[in-house]
Design a protein around this ligand. Sequence first.
Ligand code: ADP
Ligand code: MG
Length: 704
Amino acid sequence: MNSGLKSGGSARQQRPCLSQVEVTALKGVGKQLAQKLGRLQIHTVQDLLFHLPLRYMDRTRVTPIGAVAPLANVVIEGEIKACDVVYGKRRSLMCRLQDGTGTITLRFFHFSGAQKKRLQPGVKLRCFGESRRGASGLELYHPEYDYLDADQPIALEARLTPVYPATDGVTQQRLRSLTEQALALIDDYSLQELIPDDAWRRQPYPLREALEYLHHPPKEAPIDKLLEGTHPFQQRLAFEELLAHHLSMLRIRQRIQAAGATALAPVPDLQRRFLQQLGFSLTGAQARVSAEISADLSRPVPMLRLVQGDVGSGKTVVAALAAIQAVGNGMQAAIMAPTEILAEQHRASFTRWLEPLGISVGWLSGKQKATERREQLTAIESGEVQVVVGTHALFQEEVRFSHLGLTIIDEQHRFGVDQRLALRNKASDGGRSHQLIMTATPIPRTLAMSVYADLDCSVINELPPGRTPVKTVAISQERRQQVIERVHAACQEGRQAYWVCTLIEESEVLEAQAAEAVTDALRNLLPDVGIGLVHGRMKAAEKDQQMRAFKTGELQLLVATTVIEVGVDVPNASLMIIENPERLGLAQLHQLRGRVGRGSAESHCVLLHGAPLSNQGRERLTAMRETSDGFVIAEKDLQLRGPGEVLGTRQTGEVQFRLADLQRDGHLLPRIKEVASYILTSHSDVVDALILRWLGDSENYASV
Ligand code: ADP
Ligand code: MG
């Protein structure tokens, strides 16, 4: 890890670089502490310098007690007026502190007898803590405090106090003093400006100045800006950080593409025959995106393309056209779906579309019988099967293709870059095929620019003609009975409905229980309706059986948890009830709603919400009523919930920045994209150093 920079050329300077100096070179850092620092990804002195404060505290000035605002970190001074143990909900020590301007309470839930003895009326204190509204007005809970002694005044801090991401056994104080040492070393060593001068629009702040400022801002620094992360020095570093991430992804792309791929020329005859028997013509957007894919495939470098298209926009046809291009060139194509149901749906479409053209469609799934599976594996390896549809089973080691030319991954909106790479590496061709990724979760442009930097993006921004948009209404639980009657009426008219039960995401168990309870209740109320149930705790076979019964129309009402979110196509279902929609993010609601409105009948979505709604809940439901455009919804979702939630990073752990924030700094991305490609072509010698500085040697990126 600490072997330093591999890059040569301009990145090497006379003095040794701080990225080559181990933390153990600092005073007071032995093996043990070095190990603990390693947990914070701090290995070198440079790492320490780029371990930036999360926030700051102002301990440079004393605030008059009368001027303390709630929820502020403040230093106050005053004299103790009273100090008592009180027995409320919890026993606590309450200390009234007064200066000329007001009174405030210090409250300690844990305290020793000795402590209590010293906090006597008349004693003068200086305290630091966060003010909050308590039972007695403004209070500081467990403030830090010092005894004030007129003869020996204690100096206030001269600068703002940084607060760092810390870990067990490495205190803030320790991090501060180590950082001071590290800053002092900048004189003797070099701290490289890695971004070439001509990549900046105007002269940037020198790195050293920015780091010194951010590690200990002067007393008069604009703390609001620092807390927001919008200070020019922070923005300068955020730019560099986002650039480093961008470069790391471009580098992956470069490495993949350097390996080359078989060029797959367009096969107009075969593709025309396919389109003729389809029964509809492509939308303009489908045609455009297909042309983009076709052009990629015909080059001798692996395609790395993402297709974003709202639910129902017709991505499957686009995938089929790409598969045909591979087959027409004598290569195989593999299509992976995330669930059995979806994979089967694709299998049915591909078989129906491709077999009449003389293309053989194979099938691999986790539930397959051993003999069938063996047969399929043999046929795939011999090349007899030309297009293989399947689940994750496609990417198991024993799957060997004869000549895989194209891999298509459907509906993987939660895939992070590392997962994409893992899949790629698992593919038996060593990952040299063209790759097409399809997602029904549009993400805002700026976010896409960051998380899909390694991919080219196409957007299917048009729905096939003849769709009537889903009518969405929000109805309070108080009118539940009416909603149930409406479901009943729809089922009696031969239509089908979904009833989606949602709970707080983390608890699949509780969610399943809620769905079971709702199913029982509905079965009691509507004995003449065939009601099915799917939830995440059911066995796959059971779930499948229920889904199938719903698809064939045997069941009219399907109660489900959010597991039905992804891609299921039942055109006759035209009514959807979503319980507690205020608990879900917009993107998820949009996905759910996309299950209806697939047929010709007018479809409805009822958002059956609890009362009263929070402001954010209300805003989300309003957004759902007002638009059915996935991109508009994605932008709104970003605005309401922030990028972590929108990207589902809580699940994937992707995109962890030290300082940058995609929402706040997203405006930098277009420029970063330009600078990144400029650096990659004209200053590629600094790329590794930039990645090392900001990402460490994170395995994901190094092992490609
Ligand atoms: P998604 O993008 O959600 O995967 P699908 O590929 O499942 O959408 O397509 C949804 C439905 O629309 C399918 O029944 C499909 O056959 C149909 N479809 C796709 N493209 C068109 C089109 N250009 N005109 C009419 N119907 C289309
Ligand atoms: Mg689909």
